[in-house]
Write a protein that binds this ligand. Structure first.
Ligand code: PMP
Length: 448
């Protein structure tokens, strides 16, 4: 009430209801890293939406592929027809996977991809005579999706607690966050101590009840691009093998070049048993996700009566055509390499900003999955109380300055206080510099 809204802005009585994020401009059009609002302003998309638009907006190759597919067939139900789009994309994806991960199950998003992994893991356990195993250990904080299964393994109680009576909450271990804990202990030793918590949790729960461990190879928005290194991931793999537990990598955010490799796990040469992918997969052009599994596991599940899971839109030809063009764009233009090079340039800029602004406690990340952590006090890494959340204020200021950065509204302070700086992988050096200038302007305004 009392707030005048321009005609181009969402009216107070919009029929949509999303989380309260204030009033946002209507989108007019977007290309590359730029988004034009109907308010006449141009915004730099330094969030890639929500770490989605890896190949930039209005990418001509993707649009062409979608247009061509649309003119042939927009929908063909997967149990009635095969589609070249789905078969072709699956073949290209398998080529990019570690050896052995050679079967693809398409879905329409990240939560569905995680859900597919959880249900597949359970059916694999039953098929192999290990029906007592059903627990999935995960980390806290973490984010694996909003459906009830994915939420049960999500380590973020403000989101999951209301639903605990409707699902079976799963055991959690701490996500290593070196920057929070004084940062004096050797980083690898610190991370290894955290990896060993997995073994403790397995023993505590009873190894014959534990089915899988699910992990984001680089932490997403809930932790702000936390990167435990090679020793951590290798130790996790070792522990899973020791107890016959499946290792599920949630590469929904990290996959398709985002961290400077097609899969983040390539940085550490650790091969999981199952992979969940989405977001950058069809890069915002269409809803697409996938579970990747080894054929030796798939065979067991199919032989035991089939994989009892699926969604109507799975393998949608338009989504798969988009995904295929995106994957080719990432591979042929080597956008993973660009993510490494531009990521290094951006990180150097963020480090300089940390020097300049004492309320930046940490900058971190891998490739173009980066975060800036705000603190009230660098010594203790204490963050401001949630109502003073610096990230939330910075996001609004940056909007004014024509810069879009990502943040997750933190509830109860479990997720710290950070923004994600995750532009499309197509970003150029000049655009990185503009991004850093606009971010600096925003930080100056935040300091006032
Ligand atoms: N896993 C991870 C790591 C994610 O970042 C997300 C989305 N932020 C999801 C799963 C859920 O994906 P979606 O929102 O597409 O369901």
């Amino acid at each position: 009430p009392g707030i005048k809204r321009a005609a181009h802005q969402a009216p107070a009585d919009s029929y949509l209801f999303y989380q309260a994020h204030g009033t946002r401009p209507f989108i007019d059009r977007a290309e590359g890293i730029w988004m034009h609002g109907q308010d006449g302003k141009t915004y730099m998309d330094a969030a890639s939406g929500a770490m989605v638009c890896n190949v930039g907006h209005s990418n001509p190759r993707v649009l062409k592929a979608m247009r061509e597919q649309m003119e042939r067939a927009t929908f063909a139900y997967r149990l009635q027809f095969q589609s070249e789009a789905a078969e072709g994309l699956a073949a290209e994806i398998v080529d990019l996977m570690p050896a052995g991960l050679d079967r693809v199950f398409f879905v329409s998003g990240g939560s569905e991809a995680v859900e597919s992994c959880l249900k597949f893991a359970r059916q694999y356990m039953i098929a192999t005579g290990q029906g007592t195993r059903y627990k999935v250990i995960s980390r806290h904080p973490s984010y694996h999706g909003s459906t009830l299964g994915a939420l049960a393994v999500t380590g973020y109680t403000p989101l999951s607690a209301p639903f605990d009576p409707m699902m079976r909450p799963m055991p959690k271990i701490a996500t290593p966050r070196h920057y929070l804990d004084g940062g004096t202990e050797d980083e690898d030793a610190y991370a290894l101590r955290h990896a060993d918590m997995l073994e403790e949790a397995i023993l505590r729960e009873g190894p014959d009840t534990v089915m899988a461990f699910i992990v984001e190879p680089v932490g997403g928005a809930s932790t702000g691009a936390v990167v435990p290194g090679a020793p951590y991931h290798a130790r996790i793999r070792e522990i899973c093998d020791k107890y016959g537990i499946l290792l599920i990598h949630d590469e929904v955010m990290t996959g398709v070049g985002r961290t400077g490799a097609f899969l983040a796990s390539e940085h550490w040469k650790v091969v999981p048993d199952l992979i969940a992918m989405s977001k950058g997969f069809a890069a915002g052009y269409a809803p697409l996700g996938a579970m990747i599994a080894p054929s030796r596991m798939v065979a067991k599940v199919l032989d035991a009566g089939g994989y009892a899971h699926g969604h109507t839109y799975a393998g949608n030809p338009i989504a798969c055509a988009a995904g295929r063009a995106v994957v080719r764009e990432v591979v042929e233009r080597d956008l993973s390499a660009n993510a490494r090079i531009m990521g290094a340039r951006q990180m150097a800029g963020l480090r300089a900003l940390k020097e300049e602004f004492p309320f930046i406690g940490d900058v971190r990340g891998l490739g173009l999955l980066q975060a800036v952590e705000f603190v009230a006090d660098r010594e203790t890494m204490r963050v401001l109380p949630p109502e003073l959340n610096a990230a939330a204020r910075l996001v609004e200021i940056a909007y004014e300055k024509g810069l879009i950065v990502y943040f997750r509204r933190t509830r109860g302070g479990q997720s710290g206080d950070h923004i994600m700086v995750t532009p499309p992988l197509t970003i150029t050096d000049k655009e990185v510099d503009t991004l850093l200038e606009r971010l600096r302007d925003s930080l100056v305004a935040l300091r006032k």
